[in-house]
Design a binder for this molecule. Structure first.
Ligand code: SAM
Ligand code: CA
Length: 247
């Protein structure tokens, strides 16, 4: 039954239909998802990598287990074979990708920090999927610039996951849209940026959250009007925007 609140929101246009409020109303509900459908199905290597990462001081950067499961499923659904990842950290999303790809699948993985990748690498090797990964240490943008110069790289990627420096996402998008194939997918991670995308201007945000927020807002606006892609923004993890290239 519609409440007064629902009625008000419908009138103001915020919710087009009653019952479309955010599904995750509590931490308990999130725990329920993890415990019911994520952890019991998690690959043992993914679990081990999650445990290795949990001990690292920057563990807040890792992809969550439910998002890892989502990426793994998405890659299988689209039959991805040639993929790219920008922002590896200890490799949780990378492993989710590597496990989803066929034996001859490929991931070009880039990160400015190799040490963290090497923390996760023994687990990735044990899982038998390290041969799919071509890790390049260094900033991603110059690599993309080189790739874009060569026509044969155009339209060659089935899937690209972007989870690195948020102030460069727009720059990445300009290059990646050339490199992903028509019908292929780019996933931009953290597009709800800790919920800060709807924070009032005077909200007490942590310094880095505030700094990157404007870039995330710009990206979200740009993706929403880009005619070369179809998009779907999912409230999984910290928000992931799935972009399907259509031209
Ligand atoms: N996808 C990872 C996972 O599942 O654990 C998390 C990635 S973490 C949020 C962001 C990563 O981006 C960091 O490891 C950081 O070193 C990397 N990074 C930052 N700036 C970069 C750049 N310009 N090029 C490539 N990687 C960068
Ligand atoms: Ca992320």
């Amino acid at each position: 039954m519609a409440t007064n609140e629902d009625q008000k929101q419908t009138e103001s246009g915020r919710h087009q239909e009653v019952g479309h409020k955010s599904l995750l109303q509590s931490d308990a509900l999130y725990q329920y998802i993890l415990e019911t459908s994520v952890f019991p199905r998690e690959h043992e290597a993914m679990k081990e990598l999650r445990e290795v990462t949990a001990k690292h001081p920057w563990n807040i950067m890792t992809t969550s287990a439910d998002e890892g499961q989502f990426l793994n499923m998405l890659l299988k659904l689209i039959n991805a074979k040639n993929t790219m990842e920008i922002g590896v950290y200890t490799g949780y999303s990378l492993l989710a990708t590597a496990l989803a790809l066929p034996e001859d699948g490929k991931i070009l993985a880039m990160d400015i920090n190799k040490e963290n990748y090497e923390l996760g690498l023994p687990v990735i090797k044990k899982a038998g999927v390290a041969h799919k990964i071509d890790f390049r240490e260094g900033p991603a943008l110059p690599v993309l610039d080189e790739m874009v110069k060569d026509e044969k790289n155009h339209g060659s990627y089935d899937f690209i996951f972007v989870d690195a420096d948020k102030d460069n996402y727009i720059n990445y998008h300009k290059r990646l849209i050339e490199l992903v194939k028509v019908g292929g997918v780019i996933g931009y991670d953290n597009t709800l940026w800790n919920g800060s995308v709807v924070a009032p201007p005077d909200a007490p945000l942590r310094k880095y959250v505030r700094y990157y927020r404007d870039f995330v807002l710009e990206l979200n606006k740009a993706l929403a009007v880009d005619p070369r892609i179809e998009i779907c923004m999912l409230p999984v993890g910290d928000g992931i925007t799935i972009c399907r290239r259509i031209k």
